[in-house]
Design a binder for this molecule. Structure first.
Ligand code: A3D
Length: 320
């Protein structure tokens, strides 16, 4: 059986980590693309040279030409500029919107059957722009954010309870960033919801609130520590989980920025919701009932995404 082809558009911090993970997990051959000459070529050669030691077989190719994307099964897009300290994800909007238009055209021409995962920030608006500019079916274009946000939540909870991360599941909805909505009552340790763990004396409501806040600011915490860029190991691992679910038809239920056409009362927008990812792309949108504070938080988050999408429409009216 021929190997899958995975195109990484953007070969920076996340792109390089993605290529390494694709190799280690033997998901397929890799094409690394970037506008900077030498970077995708150098990183792919370096990773290829690690393959005899790590024990994987994969073609690793670096390129500055969209042609090399030809026939890719999965495209993971990180092209653009990351946040610097003091810069919000929204400041990135106009720069990265232009990048999405170029990348969308390249994917449309050379990889129209691919499953496309967008990581570039501001995520919910960029994935929308990427789908519009590539014109690929909406179920084949998703944004990575929820897997990362929920992984952060899971990690902090596992640390709090001193239990394995494997036994903690977490549920995060809404847009990526400060408006994300971690759903405490759907987050569990071995199936026990967090409010029950508070009743059992494992932790206090105050500590849960602190962890929720830390999760919301998870990206900024790392930006402030690194000073020269944003998180890349966990974002890359998150996108790989999504790509793997598609390529291996695992049908995992993962929180992703998905195109909504009426679900959750939202139309023509990408918002973070749980979806089933299988060989057809987004095979199902899981619509849970929201009430009270959760609904309020979700609606607020939708308004934040809408503002960004409206700004995109203003800058690039031809995207519609
Ligand atoms: P970085 O290491 O700067 O890599 C970006 C790469 O994109 C660089 O190598 C650039 O040369 C390249 N690039 C710029 N313009 C183009 C273009 N027009 N075509 C092709 N390549 C181009 O950044 P990074 O890898 O750390 O982050 C990539 C993106 O992911 C940024 O927008 C981040 O803000 C975003 N990000 C999102 C999350 C989410 O959870 C959604 C988390 C972390 C980072």
């Amino acid at each position: 059986m021929a190997r899958n082809k995975i195109a990484l558009i953007g070969s920076g911090q996340i792109g390089g980590t993605l290529a390494h993970l694709v190799g280690l997990k033997e998901l397929g051959d890799v094409v690394m693309f970037d506008i900077v000459e030498g970077v995708p070529q150098g990183k792919s050669l370096d990773i290829a040279q690690s393959s005899p030691i790590s024990g994987f077989d994969a073609v690793m190719k670096g390129t500055n030409s969209y042609e090399a994307l030809d026939g890719a099964d999965v495209c993971i897009v990180t092209a653009g500029v990351p946040r610097k300290p003091g810069m919000s994800r929204d400041d990135l909007l106009s720069i990265n919107l232009k990048v999405m238009e170029q990348v969308g055209a390249g994917i449309a021409k050379y990889a129209p059957d691919a499953f496309v995962i967008c990581i570039t920030n501001p995520l919910d608006a960029m994935v929308w722009a990427l789908q519009k500019s590539s014109k690929l079916p909406a179920k084949k274009v998703v944004g990575m954010a929820g897997v990362l946000d929920s992984a952060r939540f899971r990690y902090f909870l596992a640390d709090e309870f001193n239990v394995s991360v494997e036994d903690v599941s977490a549920f995060v909805l809404g847009g990526h960033g400060d408006s994300m909505v971690p759903l405490v009552r759907y987050s569990t340790v071995a199936g026990i919801p967090l409010p029950d763990l508070v009743k059992m004396g494992w932790t206090s409501q105050g500590r849960i609130d602190e962890i929720v806040n830390r999760t919301r600011n998870g990206g900024a915490e790392i930006v402030n520590l690194l000073k020269t860029g944003s998180a890349f190991y966990a974002p890359a691992a998150s996108a790989i989980a999504m790509a793997e679910s598609y390529l291996r038809d695992k049908k995992r239920v993962l929180p992703c920025a998905a195109y909504l056409s009426g679900e959750y009362g939202v139309k023509d927008m990408y918002v973070g919701v749980p979806v089933v990812i299988g060989s057809k792309g987004v095979e199902r949108i899981v619509e849970i009932e929201l009430s009270g504070k959760d609904r309020e938080g979700f609606d607020k988050s939708v308004v934040a995404v809408q503002t960004l999408v409206d700004a995109c429409k203003k800058i690039a009216p031809d995207l519609l």
